[in-house]
Design a protein. Structure first.
Length: 432
C-alpha cells in the first residue's frame, strides 16, 4: 500500500513539474515573438520539437519508460483542453510526439496553468510606475521616459527588469526628489535618510539600478560611479577643488591669497560657493585629469609657480569644480586678454571626452596640451594596446561631429591599436 502511494506521489510530482516546465518554455517563445509585441497572432505558433528539447532524455529513457507515458498523458490532457496541438511521429500516434504547439487563443489559460504572471501584466505595471516621470523637470529624463513607455507598450522590455517594479518605484521617488536640491550636491547617505529614513538604503538597494537608468537616459559619458553620481547631484564624499598656484579671492569682503602654499590647496564646496572677485598673476592655467600627474607637475614645475595656476580635474570635473572653472574662464591678464587655459589628459577616448566636456560647457577658449599624434608617436613604446570593444568605440567617435578636430588622432589610435595614459608622460620631458 505504501509503495502504491509513493508511486502515485512520484507520478503526480513528475507530471506537475513537466507540465509547468513545458508550458513555461512555450510561453518564453511566445513572449519573444512578434505576436507578443504586435498583439496579433502570427502564422507560426510557439512550438517545441521533442528530439531537440530538454525533455528528450526523459522521453526516450528506456530504463524508465513510464516517464514517456506520463508525459504523453499530460500532453493529451492539455490538447483535449485545446491549450496545445500535438503532432505525432508517423504511425506512432499517441505513442511518440514530434512537436508541441501552443494555441494562440489559449495563451492566457497557459499562464494560469503554469502559475506564471503574464509578461504583459508585468509591463503594464512597470508603465504605471514610470508614468510620473513624464512630468519631470529634467528634459533628458522626460525624453527617456517617453521613449521607454513607447517601447514597453510595444511589448519590449527596454533593458529594464520587469520582474522588479517595486525597485523602479524607489528610482522614481529618487528622481522626483533630486531636482528639488537645485544645483547643490548632497551626500548620498544624507539624501537616503531624507527619502527612505535609512541612510544606507539608497546605496544598498537602489543605486545600481538608478545609475543604470541615468546612463541610459542621459546619453552622457562618464568614467566612474562618482562622476555619474555628481551628474545627478549626489556624492559619497565631500567635494573639494584642488589647485596649486597664486589665486586671490574674496568671501564676505575678506581677501584670501594662496600664494606660497606649496603642494597646493583644497577648497570645500562651501568656499567655492561663496568666493568672488577671483584674480591671479599666473600667465597660464593648466587643468590636469589624473591625480598622479597633477602632483608630478607640481613637484617638477614648482619654480614656475608664479606663472601657472594648476587645477586637478579628477576625470570629469564635479559640480563645485565646474563652477570654479567657469569663474577662471573669465579671468584676464595684465594685457586685458583672457588668460590662456590648457587641459592635459590621457591620450585616449576618455581623455578626449573630458576635454570636450570642459571646453563645450565650461571654458570655450580651452586648448589641449600634449594630447596629439606627435606625443603619442614619441612615447609609443609606453602605450597600451586597445581591445576590439574599445576600437569599436573609437570608430563610433569618428562618426561623431563633436570630435571632428580629434579625427586625425583617433584614426592614428585605431590604425596603431594603441592609447596612452597621462602618467606615461613625464613633465620634464615635454615643453610648453
Amino acid at each position: 500500500m505504501m509503495a502504491t502511494r509513493s508511486s502515485d506521489l512520484r507520478e503526480k510530482e513528475f507530471k506537475n513539474r513537466f507540465s509547468r516546465k513545458m508550458l513555461n518554455l512555450l510561453l518564453d517563445k511566445y513572449e519573444q515573438s512578434q505576436t507578443f509585441q504586435s498583439g496579433r497572432p502570427g502564422k507560426q505558433r510557439p512550438q517545441i520539437k521533442m528530439t531537440k528539447s530538454s525533455f528528450n532524455a526523459d522521453y526516450t529513457d528506456e530504463m524508465d519508460f513510464v516517464k514517456r507515458q506520463w508525459m504523453n498523458e499530460v500532453l493529451i490532457s492539455l490538447e483535449q483542453r485545446q491549450v496545445l496541438t500535438l503532432q505525432w511521429i508517423k504511425y506512432q500516434e499517441f505513442k511518440e510526439v514530434d512537436r508541441i504547439y501552443l494555441n494562440w487563443e489559449m495563451v492566457r489559460q497557459s499562464y494560469s496553468l503554469s502559475g506564471r504572471i503574464p509578461l504583459r501584466d508585468k509591463i503594464d505595471r512597470l508603465c504605471e510606475v514610470l508614468v510620473p516621470l513624464k512630468q519631470h523637470p529634467w528634459a533628458w529624463i522626460v525624453n527617456w521616459t517617453v521613449q521607454t513607455l513607447a517601447g514597453l507598450e510595444q511589448g519590449k522590455t527596454m533593458g529594464l527588469d520587469v520582474e522588479s517594479p517595486n525597485e523602479y518605484e524607489d528610482i522614481v521617488q529618487v528622481l522626483k526628489q533630486l531636482p528639488l536640491m537645485g544645483e547643490k550636491v548632497i551626500s548620498l547617505r544624507l539624501f537616503s535618510q531624507q527619502i527612505f529614513n535609512d541612510s544606507k538604503y539608497l546605496e544598498k538597494s537602489v543605486l545600481k539600478r538608478l545609475l543604470s537608468v541615468v546612463k541610459q537616459a542621459s546619453k552622457e559619458h562618464r568614467e566612474t560611479d562618482e562622476e555619474w553620481l555628481d551628474l545627478i547631484g549626489l556624492t559619497r564624499n565631500p567635494q573639494y577643488v584642488h589647485f596649486c598656484g597664486s589665486l586671490q579671492f574674496f568671501i564676505d569682503k575678506q581677501s584670501y591669497l594662496t600664494t606660497g602654499l606649496l603642494g597646493g590647496i583644497g577648497l570645500s564646496q562651501k568656499t567655492t560657493e561663496l568666493m568672488t572677485d577671483l584674480k591671479t598673476n599666473a600667465r597660464r592655467i593648466i587643468t590636469i585629469e589624473n591625480l598622479t600627474s597633477y602632483h608630478h607637475w607640481i613637484e617638477r614645475r614648482e619654480r614656475h609657480g608664479a606663472e601657472e595656476l594648476v587645477i586637478y580635474t579628477g576625470g570629469f570635473p564635479h559640480r563645485s569644480l565646474q563652477d570654479f572653472l567657469k569663474m577662471l574662464s573669465m579671468l584676464k591678464g595684465e594685457n586685458g586678454e583672457l588668460i590662456q587655459i590648457m587641459h592635459w589628459g590621457d591620450i585616449d577616448l576618455g581623455g578626449i571626452r573630458i576635454f570636450e566636456f570642459i571646453k563645450s560647457r565650461l571654458i570655450p577658449s580651452l586648448k589641449s596640451l600634449w594630447m596629439d599624434i606627435e606625443t603619442l608617436q614619441r612615447l609609443e613604446q609606453k602605450a597600451s594596446t586597445i581591445t576590439d570593444t574599445y576600437a569599436g568605440q573609437i570608430a563610433a567617435a569618428l562618426e561623431d561631429s563633436r570630435y571632428e578636430c580629434w579625427k586625425p588622432l583617433l584614426k592614428y589610435m585605431l590604425e596603431q591599436n594603441i592609447r596612452l595614459e597621462q602618467e606615461a608622460i613625464l613633465v620634464e620631458d615635454c615643453s610648453l
